[in-house]
Design a protein around this ligand. Structure first.
Ligand code: FAD
Ligand code: NAD
Length: 468
């Protein structure tokens, strides 16, 4: 039986990054993954393939719809959907997951393929279907991630009623894609198919899209997606989903009007959140507890009810984001090495990779109001940016929320082109507790979208934006 300093279960961004940091710090480390490829949800069926399809579909959409405005006339544009999907799998996902294998070898991490489950609090059994291997460890990190959730009575048959996993490898472009849930997955994958020519109808329980994000930024996004052709039913609850041959019948109720309505599509994407994945992990044998939502319970140091067993990423509380999982992987490794790591969960940015992109960090206005913090705000529109006009990207705005008295930036909410990349400047500013004026006095290259952030900071600092 092999023994390790650290055994990590699950090779997603939490697990594999945590394993690398453990190895860097001198721990003898093993990584257990049930699938044949490493990288977890993020690299195989999440962040990476979805962004690849978003990129391809945006190219197609622009070629068909917007290039003519720039004087580029392209005739007879044909969509080769199978090549689009093939590119994602063969030229994006495969090299990316292979890259993780390389990193494991480079860092001398033992990779064990098979389903991992606890034998006891220090032993993990790895079952690859043919043989069972046992490993022991001083410390164990559970990084088993999450799986798609569904609604009571709605069965994801993976053919016509699909989750994000199947939506990334469809064989045809749906004629009418009904999306249940107007959250991040629904909007990103809904955008992909809307751009490729599907009719897309989103049914959302709340009164707006991505209800956790800033209302004004989301209003902008909603306008843009409507213009792109997406249809929305808000405050509507799905009651049942049935398949009849190639048709999917979605019955829902408009809660405001108290009226039922029926949508007929050829595919239905269920994107109502994800649930922590702890199936057959044998947590009871190790004495590890889960909470009422099935998440592994952890304290502020990501320790489970067994102090040498840690849990990170989607399987614990907090945002289900790859970069949050990575931060936690590094945190646990450094904690084990006796360092004093720290994660500021308020500074984990969130991004929706639609067009325009929505990106945010820190508090929303609603959160500041709720906690009674006095704040001021500066808003600057993409319309007033020379760079945005040059690139025909005039949709969107950036909002900066700063403390009324100290001017410290408390929240930044962006909707517009390239905000996914630009939010990093806001995160850095907030990490160093910058004031809105600190950013406003920093020289930003012209012409760039980053000037919009600077102008929003100027607007928050005594309302002195220069170009509005
Ligand atoms: P996971 O990535 O889920 O990895 C867990 C791994 O553990 C899996 O490989 C699983 O097979 C393995 N495993 C589970 N149980 C066992 C076991 N018993 N034995 C062995 N192995 C096991 N986040 C972002 O930040 N940005 C994005 O753009 C983004 N886009 C997304 C798009 C989609 C379509 C989806 C579905 C998700 C997206 N996410 C995105 C979320 C992101 O993928 C997750 O937050 C992230 O992957 C969580 O990482 P993790 O390491 O906790 O778990
Ligand atoms: P989500 O939580 O983002 O959105 C789910 C949506 O479904 C919500 O708007 C919710 O109000 C709605 N909903 C719930 N029940 C409903 C019902 N009965 N009828 C209609 N609507 C209903 O979940 P998701 O989009 O499935 O994504 C899952 C996770 O994956 C998220 O936590 C997200 O963090 C992560 N993810 C992140 C990214 C990114 O960072 N860009 C991309 C994709 C996924």
């Amino acid at each position: 039986m092999s023994s390790y300093d650290v055994v990590v279960i699950g090779s997603g961004p939490g697990g594999y990054v945590g394993a690398i940091r453990c190895a860097q710090l001198g721990f003898k480390t093993a990584l257990i993954e049930k699938y044949s490829t490493l990288g977890g949800t993020c690299l195989n069926v999440g962040c990476i393939p979805s962004k690849a399809l978003l990129d391809s579909s945006e190219r197609y959409f622009n070629t068909v719809h917007t290039h003519a405005d720039h004087g580029i006339n392209v005739k007879d544009v044909k969509l080769d959907f199978s090549t689009m999907i093939k590119r994602v799998q063969e030229k994006v996902v495969k090299p990316t997951t292979d890259g993780v294998n390389f990193l494991m070898k480079k860092n001398k991490i033992d990779v064990l393929h098979g389903h991992g489950s606890f034998g006891d609090a220090n032993t993990v059994e790895v079952d690859d279907g043919k043989k069972k291997t046992q490993v022991t460890a001083k410390n164990i990190i559970i990084a088993t991630g999450s799986k798609p959730n569904s609604l009571p009575g709605v069965e994801i048959d993976k053919k016509r009623v699909i989750s994000s996993t199947e939506a990334l490898v469809l064989k045809e472009v749906p004629k009418h894609l009904v999306v249940i849930g107007g959250g991040v997955i629904g909007l990103e994958l809904g955008s992909v198919y809307c751009r490729l020519g599907s009719k897309v109808t989103v049914v959302e329980y709340m009164d707006r899209l991505v209800p956790t994000m800033d209302k004004d930024a989301i209003k902008e996004l909603q306008k843009a997606l409507k213009k792109e052709g997406m249809n929305f039913h808000f405050q509507s609850a799905v009651q049942s989903v049935e398949t009849l041959g190639k048709d999917v019948i979605v019955k829902a109720k408009d809660l405001k009007k108290d009226e039922e309505f029926i949508l007929k599509g050829d595919y239905c994407l269920v994107s109502v959140g994800r649930k922590p994945y702890t199936d057959k992990l044998g947590l009871d044998k190790a004495g590890v507890k889960v909470d009422e939502r099935g998440r592994i319970e952890t304290n502020d140091h990501l320790q489970t009810s067994q102090s040498h067993i840690y849990a990170i990423g989607d399987v614990v509380k907090g945002a289900m984001l790859a970069h949050k999982a990575e931060e936690e992987g590094v945190y646990v490794a450094e904690l084990l090495a006796g360092q004093k790591p720290h994660i500021d969960y308020n500074l984990i940015p969130g991004v929706v990779y639609t067009h325009p992109e929505v990106a945010a960090v820190g508090k929303t206005e609603d959160e500041l109001k709720e906690s009674g913090v006095s704040y001021k705000k500066g808003v600057f529109s993409y319309k007033a940016s020379g760079r945005a006009r040059a690139s025909a990207e005039v949709f969107g705005m950036i909002k900066v929320l700063a403390d009324e008295k100290t001017d410290e930036i408390l929240g930044v909410h962006m909707c517009g082109a390239r905000t996914a990349d630009m939010i990093a400047e806001a995160v850095l500013a907030m990490e160093y507790r910058a004031s809105a004026e600190d950013v406003a006095r920093t020289c930003h290259a012209h012409p760039t979208y980053t000037e919009i952030f600077k102008e929003a900071c100027l607007a928050a600092t005594d309302n002195r934006a220069l170009h509005s």
